[in-house]
Design a protein around this ligand. Structure first.
Ligand code: G6P
Length: 611
C-alpha cells in the first residue's frame, strides 16, 4: 500500500512530488511527506491527507530539483507527523520512503539500539534508515553499497526511494515485493509505485523487479541486482492517459467509474467476442489453450472484490465448460495443504496486479507446476508479468478505492473464458453459443439502461441512509453479487452489511430480521425464481423491509417488495453484470448522504501490497 513519488531533473521537485502523491493517494492517505535536496536536505511531513502537506509546503514550496515523497497507509505506528515518511538516519544525512513491511525490524532495532542508535518514530522504516547508516559507517564510503548491504539483511517486503544530501540529484530506488517503476523523461526521471504520477510527463517506463536497485540521477539510470549484477531493462510504453485518471466532471471517481461500465464492458469484449464466427478469441491465452482446455481442475484466487468475481467465475466455468472449479481467498491459499500441481490451472484475479497475497498464491502454484493465468487490469503490473499467460480487463485506471468497473470487467473476462473453454471442450452447442454471444454483446446497452434508472436507486438510498445493518441475499450466480453488494456498502458507508446465499438466511441471519432491517434480495435469475419468492415471503412474514432487484417482466418478485428495482433481462449466467450496478449505486448514494469520503474510505487502500 502507500504511494511513493520521486523526481530528479530540472523541474521544481516539490511540485512534481505533491502532484504525484495526490494521484497516488488512493493507495493510502493517513499521512504524507517529502524530502527535497536544494538547500541541503529539507523534509516536510504531515499527518492527514496530501492536502495537509500541500498547505505546509505553502506557495513557495521546498526548493530543489530532486526529491522523494510518500503517502502512507499505516502498518507500524499510528498516523502522525512523526511516523509519516520520509525517515532519516541519526544525522539527517539522507531520507528514505518505504512501502512494505520489514518483518525482522524488531531484532534489527534492538541490535542498533545496543550500538547507540535512538529512534524517534515507531516505524519499521526508520529502522531501515539506521541500518543503512550503520552499514555506511562501518562498511566504507560507498553509500549505494551500504544500501545494498542493509537490504540484504532485511526480511519482508520493500519498495524504497532514498535521497542523500551529498548526492543531491541522485535517488536510489529498490524493490522486493512492493511495486516500483521509473519514468524516463528528457533529462529527468520519475520514480513511482504506479504509473499515475508519471503519465503526465512521459509514457516510457521501466519496471523494477524484486531485489533490483536503481541509481537514478537526472541524466542517468542504472539498474543492478542486490548482488551488484548489471541489469539491462526493457522500456515499456504506458497504456494509460491523463484523462483516464481525472474525474471528468463527476463529483467522485467511484461514480465516474460506475458510469463508465457500459463502455468498459464493451472495451473488454472488443476484438474478443467474434459474433460473425460464433467464437471467442483471447490472444493472451493462445499459447496455453491446450493446457487450459485439458485442465483437471481450475482454482481461482483473489482478494476482496476480485474474489467475488472469482465466485461468479466458478458458476460460469462449471455451467458453460463443465470443469471443476474451486475459489480460494488468495490470503488463505498458502495456508492449506496445497494439492495443486501439474494438470491444474490457477487463475489469479487482481485489478491492481499488485496485491501481495494474490502474488504469493501465484508464486506458490507456479512452484508446484500448475499453469498460472492472470486476469489483471493494470498493464505491466507484477502479477501480469509473473503469470504464464492471461487476459487484461482493459477497464482503464480505477481510482475509487471501492472497486466497481474492475469487477464487471473481471466477470466479463471470466464469461469469455468460460465460453471459449466450453466450446473447445464441446460442451456448448453452436446454437447455444450463438445465443450466449448475442446476450453477451447486449450487455453494454443493458448496463446503460440500468444507469438511466439511477434516480430510482437514489430514492431507495435516501430511505435507508441511516440503517445500521443491511442484509443482502442472492442465489446461484447472484450469491456472489450479494457478497459484493454488502462489501460495497461496508467499504464506503461504514454500515454493517452481510451477504448470504438466500437459503442460508434460515440458518442464522433470519434472527436479525425485524421491521428495521432492510434486506436486499437479488432475485433476477429465472431458474431460482420460485425459491426466491419463498425467501421473500419468509422475510415479509418477519416484517423485514424488502428491496428487490428483479428483471423487467419477472413475475411474482417485485410485487412482494417495498421497493423493486428492475433491470433488463439477460441470460441467467450473465445477470451478475447487470444486478451489481444498482447495488454499486445504492452504496454510493448512501455513502454520499452520510457524508462519507466515498473515494478514500477510512482505513482502506486500493492496492494492498502487504500480507
Ligand atoms: C483492496 C481494495 C479492493 C480490492 C482488493 C483486491 O481491498 O480496496 O477494492 O477488491 O484490494 O485488489 P486487487 O487489486 O487484487 O483486485
Amino acid at each position: 500500500m502507500c504511494g511513493i513519488a520521486g523526481y530528479t531533473g530540472w523541474r521544481n521537485a516539490s511540485e512534481v512530488i505533491i502532484k504525484g502523491l495526490q494521484r497516488l493517494e488512493y493507495r493510502g492517505y493517513d499521512s504524507a511527506g517529502m524530502a527535497v535536496t536544494g538547500n541541503g536536505l529539507e523534509i516536510l511531513k504531515s499527518a492527514g491527507k496530501v492536502v495537509a502537506l500541500t498547505e505546509r509546503n505553502g506557495k513557495q514550496g521546498l526548493a530543489g530539483t530532486a526529491g522523494i515523497g510518500h503517502t502512507r497507509w499505516a502498518t507500524h505506528g499510528e498516523p502522525s507527523d512523526i511516523n509519516a515518511h520520509p525517515h532519516t538516519d541519526s544525522h539527517g544525512n539522507f531520507a528514505i520512503v518505504h512501502n512494505g513491511i520489514i518483518e525482522n525490524y524488531n531484532a534489527i532495532k534492538q541490535d542498533l539500539e545496543r550500538k547507540g542508535h535512538t529512534f524517534r518514530s515507531e516505524t519499521d522504516t526508520e529502522v531501515l534508515a539506521h541500518l543503512i547508516e550503520e552499514m555506511h559507517a562501518t562498511g566504507g564510503s560507498d553509500f549505494t553499497r551500504a544500501v545494498r548491504q542493509a537490504l540484504s539483511q532485511v526480511e519482508g517486503t520493500y519498495g524504497i526511494a532514498i535521497i542523500h544530501k551529498d548526492q543531491p540529484d541522485r535517488i536510489i530506488a529498490a524493490r522486493k515485493g512492493s511495486p516500483l517503476l521509473i519514468g524516463i523523461g528528457e533529462d529527468e526521471y520519475f520514480i513511482a509505485s504506479d504509473a499515475s504520477p508519471v503519465v503526465e510527463y512521459t509514457q516510457k517506463v521501466i519496471y523494477l523487479e524484486d531485489e533490483e536497485v536503481a541509481v537514478v540521477s537526472k541524466d542517468d539510470c542504472h539498474v543492478s541486482t542486490l548482488k551488484e549484477l548489471e541489469q539491462s531493462k526493457e522500456v515499456y510504453e504506458l497504456a494509460m492517459s491523463l484523462e483516464q485518471i481525472e474525474k471528468g466532471g463527476y463529483p467522485h471517481f467511484m461514480l465516474k467509474e460506475i458510469y463508465e461500465q457500459s463502455e468498459t464492458i464493451a472495451d473488454c469484449m472488443r476484438g474478443r467476442v467474434i459474433a460473425s464466427e460464433n467464437r471467442i478469441q483471447l490472444g493472451g491465452l493462445a499459447d496455453v489453450l491446450d493446457r487450459l482446455v485439458n485442465a483437471r481442475r481450475i482454482v481461482i484466487a483473489g482478494c476482496g472484490t476480485s474474489w467475488h468475481a472469482g465466485l461468479v467465475g466458478e458458476y460460469l466455468f462449471e455451467y458453460l465448460a463443465k470443469v471443476p472449479v474451486e475459489v480460494e481467498y488468495a490470503s488463505e491459499f498458502r495456508y492449506r495443504e496445497q494439492l495443486i500441481g501439474p494438470g491444474d490451472v490457477l487463475i489469479v484475479i487482481s485489478q491492481s496486479g499488485e496485491t501481495a497475497d494474490t502474488l504469493a498464491a501465484l508464486r506458490e502454484a507456479k512452484k508446484r507446476g500448475a499453469l498460472v493465468l492472470g486476469i489483471c487490469n493494470v498493464v505491466g503490473s507484477t502479477i501480469a508479468r509473473e503469470t504464464d499467460a492471461g487476459v487484461y480487463t482493459h477497464a482503464g485506471p480505477e481510482i475509487g478505492v471501492a472497486s466497481t468497473k474492475a469487477f464487471t470487467a473481471q466477470v466479463t473476462v471470466l464469461a469469455m473464458m468460460a465460453l471459449l473453454l466450453g466450446q473447445q471442450r464441446n460442451i456448448i452447442s453452436d446454437e447455444l453459443m450463438k445465443v450466449l454471444i448475442s446476450e453477451l454483446l447486449s450487455l453494454p446497452e443493458k448496463v446503460s439502461a440500468v444507469l438511466e434508472n439511477a434516480s430510482g436507486v437514489e430514492h431507495v438510498a435516501r430511505l435507508f441512509t441511516y440503517s445500521s445493518n443491511v442484509l443482502y441475499l442472492g442465489r446461484s450466480y447472484n450469491f456472489p453479487v450479494a457478497l459484493e453488494g454488502a462489501l460495497k456498502l461496508k467499504e464506503i458507508s461504514y454500515i454493517h452489511a452481510e451477504g448470504y446465499p438466500a437459503a442460508e438466511m434460515k440458518h442464522g441471519p433470519i434472527a436479525l430480521i425485524d421491521e428495521y432491517m432492510p434486506v436486499v434480495v437479488i432475485a433476477a435469475t429465472h431458474h431460482t425464481n420460485d425459491k426466491m419468492i419463498s425467501n421473500i415471503e419468509e422475510i415479509k412474514a418477519r416484517k423485514g423491509r424488502i428491496i428487490t432487484i428483479s428483471t423487467n417482466g419477472q413475475s411474482g418478485v417485485g410485487q412482494l417488495a417495498e421497493f423493486n428495482i428492475t433491470v433488463p433481462p439477460v441470460h441467467d449466467c450473465f445477470t451478475p453484470l447487470i444486478t451489481v450496478i444498482p447495488l454499486q449505486l445504492l452504496s454510493y448514494y448512501i455513502a454520499v448522504n452520510r457524508n462519507c469520503d466515498v473515494d478514500q474510505p477510512r482505513n482502506l487502500a486500493k492496492s494492498v501490497t502487504v500480507e
